[in-house]
Design a protein around this ligand. Structure first.
Ligand code: GLN
Ligand code: ZN
Length: 771
């Protein structure tokens, strides 16, 4: 009988590169934060973490995944884990790490009184943040394979076929920055020869612990890389491939196409590749064929989009897989990237419209999709006929739904003309009209929008949600906050006031909740960094605005002061960047719909008497495509969407925009293309460098480089503000320079904000008197 015959291993396996870490009830967040506050012991934290790993592997195996990943789990961040694995602990954290590995680990992540943390930055073009390794010519790497080996053993002991997944050596070095005290032009990649032996040790340890395969993730290779980097990658994989005491090696890359790096990895003496075949990375298919395929090697084919929330087109994926079968020795099926960037389970969204719920695939559903695809590949399409039929039906319902296809929205978007995206008057004329209307002094002062989100405000919101207070009581608390924020700004002497955004939990979610076509999730948590999780809204359908979103509170604020109150909106690119986007139409089309909704809001604000309107685009730069060839197209639609949202105003209505970064040399032309009357930017830490850069580029409009660093509780004094403004004046004439903080004040405390803004106004007055 079949029972005593060994079952042949399936030809194609289903596998994933990584899984959400936090658990269904966000147990990891609770345990880690409990440990920080002393409520949870180290032992309890470790047990919770091990339990979560076990649960994730079991969920994967139960779903039919043949090989589970290990080492993708993290108490905080997998790049920080890699730093520990290679022993690159910064000098300032070393004593703590030696004393207590766990506390030292969290010290690197969060800093201590004496030792600031590692810098945090975005992981490629996702909304996940990693801790930046700090390396220098003196860095000595040493292998510490405790975590990768320990987690592999756990999975093997639990009876799973497991594949350790590590950040690859080239990507690790490319993500690093020069350690403090090192020459700023030091290139961490020059340390490759020192790092490879450490990877060799870890690989040997993993093999000894029972790893048949190890995966090394090299997503940095999907970016444009110079020949030197491609050569380094070739060398790295030649050397690792040549090791004798090693498991089989897979090199993995995702988030985009590999381009020139594809032949490099395909020719390397490794045993397989894991590639992304979704979105722009679909180009990998042709490139792989052109490179001669992977004869005799393993290919893990990422055919299910691992970073978006939509169900897969199973038939199309099967066709892709069928083509790939001819290009490699063996083809396994996977999501395009680790499932870290999607929520855990769409089935938990119990209040979602059932019609919409069947279009959604979070980590669990994506797992089912790859298992289905592998089965179709192994046993023939007929064996998955019911799944294919259900999938076809769900996709058809999505395509035909009134939510995804609103004829009025579509007609309006198609009718947009170039004239709609250009303000009719040249800047000089607008500027004169705005000066006459606003009557602002030289070096006018303002803030970026939000004031401290106090505990009282958060409690009020929670009370409203839980039904402990009614809408009227909530509104009264918001109104009182607005009056207080205004009174403070008048007293401090600011020139253009804000209402303080007390009614907004989050600058994207607030608008998403008020636009038709956007969906919210209840449990759709995704890790942003460490224990911070966000619930990005979902751009599901055609976007329209049932009614004004911000006019009431802005008008309320304007009734309580004679100074201009700035209206405050989130721009179209940011509305896309911090949400899950549609995959059934170009991003440009979605951006245009959002822009049209914002355009109506801008018009309503203007009609209500708002003379200054700020449209924030902090995500403009972070959404830049990874490949430079795709950037011009992106910037074209991104800037056009901003202008479409803002160009409908009168000459004397002043449009502001805001971005939270100081490095933007590569998008200066795009910033000009926004044609905003005033732009505020981060500049306090870089000593107003952006002002100089903008001036150099001949930027004609008004600029507010931040003179108060809001990322720190430090209070600048008036002299410091004045010095920064004087520095700004070296580049920008007084008629076009503003005084403002780097960003919103949401995360700061009132005491610091009061003092800092008072000093900001004083500093501006001092410099004004010198003009
Ligand atoms: N207006 C927003 C605020 O002040 C801008 C935030 C941001 O740029 N990230 O909070
Ligand atoms: Zn900002």
């Amino acid at each position: 009988m079949a029972a005593d015959r060994p079952r042949p291993a399936p030809r194609s396996l289903a596998t994933v590169h990584g899984y959400p870490r936090q658990g269904a009830g966000r147990e990891l967040k609770k345990a880690v934060e409990g440990y920080w506050s002393g409520r949870v012991s180290a032992g309890e934290l470790r047990r919770t973490a091990a339990g979560l790993r076990r649960e994730a592997w079991r969920a994967l195996a139960d779903a039919g995944v043949h090989e589970v990943p290990t080492g993708d789990f993290s108490l905080y961040d997998h790049v920080l884990d890699t730093t520990v694995m290679v022993g690159a602990i910064p000098e300032r954290h070393r004593a703590l790490v030696a004393e207590d590995a766990l506390d030292g680990y969290f010290a690197m992540a969060r800093g201590t009184q004496q030792a600031p943390p590692l810098e945090m930055t975005k992981w490629f073009d996702t909304n996940y943040h990693y801790l930046v390794p700090e390396l220098g010519p003196g860095t000595v790497f040493t292998a510490d394979s405790a975590k990768p080996v320990g987690e592999l053993r756990e999975a093997l002991d639990a009876g799973h076929a497991a594949r350790p997944v590590l950040v690859g050596p080239v990507t690790y070095l490319l993500l690093a920055k020069p350690a403090p005290g090192t020459a700023p032009d030091f290139q961490p990649l020059t340390l490759l020869d020192r790092l490879l032996p450490v990877y060799a040790d870890v690989l040997a340890d993993l093999r000894a612990a029972g790893a048949a395969w190890v995966q090394l993730d090299e997503p940095a290779l999907v970016q444009d890389q110079p020949p030197a980097v491609l050569n380094a990658a070739a060398r790295a994989y030649r050397e690792l491939g040549a090791l004798t005491d090693r498991p089989k090696l897979l090199a993995a890359a995702y988030f985009d196409r590999l381009g020139d790096a594809l032949p490099v990895l395909a020719k390397a003496p490794v045993d397989g590749l894991a590639l992304d075949f979704t979105g722009p990375a679909a180009a990998n298919l042709g490139d792989l064929a052109a490179a001669g395929g992977l004869p005799g090697k393993r290919l893990i084919a990422g055919v299910v989009d691992g970073r978006n929330v939509w169900i897969n087109d199973l038939e199309r994926s099967l066709a892709t897989l069928a083509t790939l079968l001819g290009l490699a020795g063996r083809v396994d099926v996977a999501p395009s990237c680790p499932l870290l960037h999607v929520p855990l389970d769409a089935a938990a969204e119990r209040d979602a419209d059932p019609q919409v719920a069947r279009w959604l695939a979070f980590a669990r559903q994506k797992t089912d999709e790859i298992v289905t695809l592998a089965r179709g590949l192994n046993e023939g399409g007929d064996t998955i006929a019911p799944q294919l039929a259900a999938n076809r039906c769900a996709r058809a319902s999505r395509a035909a739904s009134a939510l995804t296809r609103d004829p009025a929205v579509r007609a309006r978007a198609t009718a947009v003309t170039p004239a709609d995206t250009r303000r009719p008057q040249p800047y000089a004329e607008r500027s004169a009209a705005q000066r006459a209307r606003l009557g602002l002094p030289l070096l006018p002062t303002t803030t970026i929008g939000s004031f401290p989100q106090t505990r009282e405000l958060r409690t009020a919101r929670a009370d409203l949600r839980a039904g402990r207070i009614d809408a009227a009581a909530y509104d009264e608390r918001i109104a009182a906050e607005i009056r207080e924020v205004l009174a403070f700004q008048e007293k401090a002497g600011l020139d253009v006031l804000v209402h303080g955004e007390p009614e907004r939990d989050d600058m994207v979610q607030y608008f998403a909740e008020r636009l038709t076509g956007y969906l919210a999730t209840r449990h759709g948590w995704v890790q942003s960094y460490g224990t911070r999780y966000v619930r990005p809204p979902i751009l599901a359908g055609d976007i329209s605005r049932p009614g004004p979103m911000t006019v009431a509170w802005t008008a309320y604020a304007q009734e309580h002061t004679d100074r201009p109150v700035k209206g405050m909106l989130t721009g179209p690119v940011t509305m896309l960047a911090w949400s899950f986007v549609r995959d059934d139409q170009p991003l440009a089309d979605t951006a245009r719909q959002v822009a049209l909704a914002l355009r109506d809001e801008v018009a309503d604000l203007e009609a209500a008497g708002t003379a200054v309107i700020q449209v924030d685009e902090p995500a403009l730069r972070e959404t830049l495509p990874l490949r430079s060839a795709d950037r011009a197209g992106y910037l074209r639609w991104a800037t056009e969407a901003f202008r479409l949202a803002t160009a409908g105003v009168r000459a004397d209505t002043q449009i502001h925009t805001h971005m939270c970064y100081a490095e933007f040399g590569d998008i200066i032309a795009a910033i000009e293309d926004l044609d905003a009357d005033v732009i505020s930017l981060e500049a306090a830490r870089s000593h107003m460098r952006v002002a100089g850069e903008l001036a150099l580029a001949g930027y004609p409009q008004e600029v507010g480089p931040g003179v108060y660093d809001i990322h720190s509780p430090r209070v600048p004094d008036a002299a410091e503000v004045a010095a920064l403004l004087r520095k700004g004046l070296e580049a920008v004439p007084a008629e076009r320079l503003w005084g403002n903080p780097d960003c919103g004040l949401k995360t700061r405390g009132w005491a610091e904000v009061r003092a800092s803004l008072t000093h900001l106004v004083e500093g501006a007055r001092q410099v004004r008197a010198e003009c």
